[in-house]
Design a binder for this molecule. Structure first.
Ligand code: XMP
Length: 520
């Protein structure tokens, strides 16, 4: 828990969009943490000492016998409380109101209009300018009788108590979701809420940088730290922050598996070793990885082989520096948030992501995770604070197993070379058209098929490739990017002209789900 800032507590009841509440609040410089309802008890509330509490939505019904509820103490802290959707029902139910099964389930877009009682604009300042507000509803049950002290200030067709408030106690409850994009003015509600709770917006990356540096120094003392550097934004920001905190006590290991993009390995080495003077081991292990990958075509086997070798190589080189006590990782807040599971069953493994998990125990290392309170956009902001090169900060994510998973079928040096050149042309096109920052991730996948073509007067029999470009917020879901036909045509022509070995270009228009971003 971060104790240096004013804190807001989000109690999670398992809504799919709880993380968005936190993101909206972080955007207005408010520090908040999400905790599952079953981890929040009286002792936790005393320790956390929130300045305000938000109760999230969730799939349960307060009418169920074992309904998840926050401790009553939430309402006795004397701080503002906002209930959202299920959070509203929980609040009404606990404070003496009535919730019933809804006769009309209400999903999707709805319009809320103010009631005559809507006189104070403390929480709804800037709303209802046009007489009604578009909101996103998703609920079955609804509140039929308000808890004592509450008044209705907004209604919708199927939710007569869409917005209720108890101004005296600073309790607010909405039946819709203000955190989602489909509630266009929702962020104003959240902003008004934190303002009336007295948050001063003290959560900035400039302040965080200094605190993080002090904390790293306190944790590490004069111990040595090793850090796996991939060239991605998270590990790069972690490395520069650590270097600022502990200087030469940090050594970075860049495991070059020969599956990087064109010029990438050199770029990482030059930036960190020459520009930042960070001690960096460039472990050039392309032969090892490509040798072990020979003959492997199964995607999971590829991933597992790369993951295993990566750990071996990392360990070999970190042993060589001797005596490291800490391993630094660029873990982010979304990896840390404990999710509320109602099914209780194990989730299926879609892909085995590779990381250095398991290493700390094996090597007896303690973890340093200076980014574990941050969302990705905050990491980028911190990178800017640290003066990290803009090219690194804005980079598209690149998967640990590298080009191996963009080369379905067997990975060979020849195929990798073709893929690297095609990928470089595609990214160049995207940059030329000024589209790079609009796209979450873009790359070429080299397909394991050869097709017949004609170039000049000659027959060709070369590989086909697929372009992939998606928009996304967090990589969990994604949409294909709507390039113009001109752009696609021009890119295809350039790839076929400039890259020997490819004679056909396709564009992958699958969203996630049902596809995944990478091909393997
Ligand atoms: P998928 O293909 O699962 O990818 O839709 C979602 C995001 O995760 C990245 N990705 C990885 N990142 N190690 C990583 O560090 C991995 O093993 C890995 N596999 C996929 C992918 O590039 C996309 O951004």
């Amino acid at each position: 828990m971060n104790t240096e800032h004013q804190r807001l507590l989000i109690v999670d009841f398992g809504s799919q969009v709880t993380q968005l509440i936190a993101r909206r609040l972080r955007e207005v410089d408010v520090y908040c943490e999400i905790h599952p309802f079953n981890a929040v008890d009286d002792a936790f509330l005393d320790r956390f000492a929130p300045r305000a509490v938000i109760l999230s939505g969730g799939p349960a019904s307060v009418l169920d016998a074992d309904a998840p509820l926050p401790p009553m103490k939430v309402y006795e802290l004397g701080v503002p409380v906002l209930g959202i959707c299920y959070g509203q029902q929980a609040m009404m139910h606990q404070l003496g109101g009535t919730v019933e099964k809804g006769h009309h389930r209400e999903f999707g877009r709805a319009f809320v209009t103010p009631t005559a009682a809507h006189t104070s604009d403390r929480i709804f300042r800037g709303l209802f300018d046009s007489g009604k507000e578009e909101v996103w509803m998703s609920h079955g049950d609804r509140v039929t009788e308000l808890a004592p002290g509450f008044t209705v200030i907004g209604t919708s067709r199927h939710a007569p108590n869409a917005i209720v408030t108890d101004e005296e106690r600073n309790f607010f409850a909405v039946q819709f979701h203000p955190e989602v994009h489909h509630t266009p003015n929702g962020r104003k509600i959240l902003q008004n809420f934190v303002r009336l709770a007295g948050f001063t917006g003290d959560w900035t990356m400039a302040a965080y940088k200094d605190e993080a540096i002090a904390r790293i120094r306190a944790q590490v003392g004069d111990g040595k730290v090793i850090c796996g550097l991939s060239g991605g934004v998270d590990s790069s920001v972690a490395a520069v922050l650590l270097h600022e905190a502990i200087g030469e006590q940090l050594t970075c290991v860049f495991v070059d598996h020969g599956l990087m993009r064109a010029g990438e390995a050199q770029e990482v080495v030059t930036l960190f070793r020459d520009h930042y003077n960070i001690p960096l081991i460039h472990a050039d292990e392309a032969d090892l990885f490509l040798g072990e990958l020979r003959g492997i075509t199964d995607p999971e086997q590829k991933r597992k082989t790369i993951g295993r070798l990566f750990i071996d190589v990392f360990q070999k080189h970190s042993d060589a520096i001797g005596g490291a006590a800490f391993l630094a990782q660029g873990t982010l807040y979304p990896d840390v948030i404990e999710s509320v599971s109602f099914s209780g069953g194990p989730s299926v493994t879609i892909k085995s992501h590779h990381n250095v998990g398991g290493l700390p125990e094996k090597m007896g290392l303690k973890l340093v995770e200076p980014l574990r309170e941050l969302f990705k956009d905050e990491v980028r902001e911190l990178g800017r604070e640290l003066g990290l090169d803009a090219r690194f900060i804005g980079r598209h994510p690149f998967p640990g197993p590298g080009l191996a998973i963009r080369c379905p079928g067997e990975v060979t040096p020849e195929k990798l070379e073709i893929l690297r050149r095609a990928d470089a042309v595609f990214i160049d096109q995207i940059r030329e058209h000024d589209l790079y920052d609009e796209i979450w991730q873009a790359f070429v996948a080299l397909l394991p098929v050869r097709t017949v073509g004609v170039m000049g007067d000659a027959r060709t029999y070369d590989y086909a490739c697929a372009l992939r470009a998606v928009t996304s917020v967090d990589g969990m879901t994604a949409d294909y990017y709507p390039f113009s036909h001109e752009f696609l045509g021009e890119t295809a022509t350039r790839i076929i002209n400039e890259v020997e070995g490819i004679n056909r270009v396709t564009y992958d228009i699958t969203s996630k789900p049902p596809g995944t971003i990478e091909w393997e």
